[in-house]
Design a protein around this ligand. Sequence first.
Ligand SMILES: Cc1ncc(COP(=O)(O)O)c(C=O)c1O
Length: 497
Amino acid sequence: MSETISGSRGLSIEEPLIFEQDTPGQSGVDLPEGPEPVDDRLGGLRRRNPIGLPGLSEPTVVRHYTRLSQKNFGIDSVFYPLGSCTMKHNPRLGEKMARLAGLADIHPFQPESTVQGALELIDQTAHWLKTLTGMPAVVMSPAAGAHGEFCGLMTIRAALEDRGEKRFRVLVPESAHGTNPASAAACGFTVDPIPATAAGRVDLAALKAKLGGDVAAVMLTNPNTCGLFERDILEIAAAVHAAGGYFYCDGANYNAIVGRVRISDLGIDAMHINLHKTFSTPHGGGGPGAGPTVLSAALAPYAPLPAVVHDDRGFRLVEHAAGSGARPCGRIKGYHGQFGVFVRALSYMMSMGADGLRQAASDAVLNANYLLAELSSDLTPSFAGPCMHEALFDDRFLKDSGVTTLDFAKALIDEGFHPMTMYFPLVVHGALLMEPTETESKDTLDRFIASVRGLARRAKAGDGADFKAAPVHTPRRRLDETTAARTPVLRWRPPEK
Ligand SMILES: Cc1ncc(COP(=O)(O)O)c(C=O)c1O
């Protein structure tokens, strides 16, 4: 376990467990002796025997966790062309704001009068989202993009129930993120896929042919997961409305159009916004995130509670709809949403300003088009450009090379770059989806382009055999991502007597 081998960054590959670094008698604190244990009087709750914590000095603990953190390969250490798909760079200003005691040390059960500032902050964040999208209402509680989808579809279900209509089908493009069909199914709908055209966009004729009196909603992602703007969006909105359904937009890719496109002009009834993507908040390891969902006037009465309102009594949290005329679809999360994420998002919005957000969208699109243009001669772009915020390539350029998309991505790690999104979207073979975002400089993009080009040329020249072993310069080598049988099955065992 404690064998040390030098990795590319001069780090020990194996880090002993904190328990293996136990030096009995060492401690990071020097506490006064306590009274004699009194376990008889406390029903045996206090122990006489040591509980087996390792003896460690403070520097040993700090170094252990610092070394572990340095093994991370992520956005704070290298270029990360997964882009806003996972999360963008988080400005440190947002982190600083979120740590202000008046924001960090409050509790959701505090009386409203003591958290007026926090309620105002939620209200202001909501105000920015409504202003940017032009939509009349927003639900702040969803805890991620997928949760926002669930929220939007629950309001659609409530609206349909109110209309007394039994519509159970939701049309979802083949290229959609997996969360779209999952959310529709979780809300009790049946998912009906819409094919894509050869140009990577929704097949409008196929969509229209599927519309009918049993269709509850169409879920469209725009820009879509191929990095293309769905140009038929107005016609799609009109068609689904004419058929009596609602129009849901997956706004995960809003980063590409924020400040440039007003969502309310597109006929959209509900759209979630992944704050970690567009508004630079953290989403590490899948959470905590936030996916506020904007709603049209038709769906606003069905929005789940709670909601922050502002009146002559100050800021209030509305927990019950009684007497308001609203028919909320329920409550989808404990408390009031991911407050710490709102702090960071609002700090980003206010520091960027409306013009800055618009500029960020333009820069994100420019950066993706730079990658598309520079790499098109060595890789195979899946669709004709220009693209929006991400550039999509497939694995045709690797044909007969013996190198797969996975090998290519792993070889990129040895070049010092995090891999791009692989094998998604599913509508192209062996996808390599690159999203640089607006924060990357031309210099970084040029270094990335040079590495990708070099690898592509090596693969095509038949010199890619060692890609199979990549990465070799990382604390951990390649995991077997292909053999399901290797996945450990965790089974509960009764404690040993
Ligand atoms: C297009 C699209 N829709 C939905 C989601 C789900 O968002 P979240 O990860 O916040 O649940 C993602 C996440 O990557 C996405 O890219």
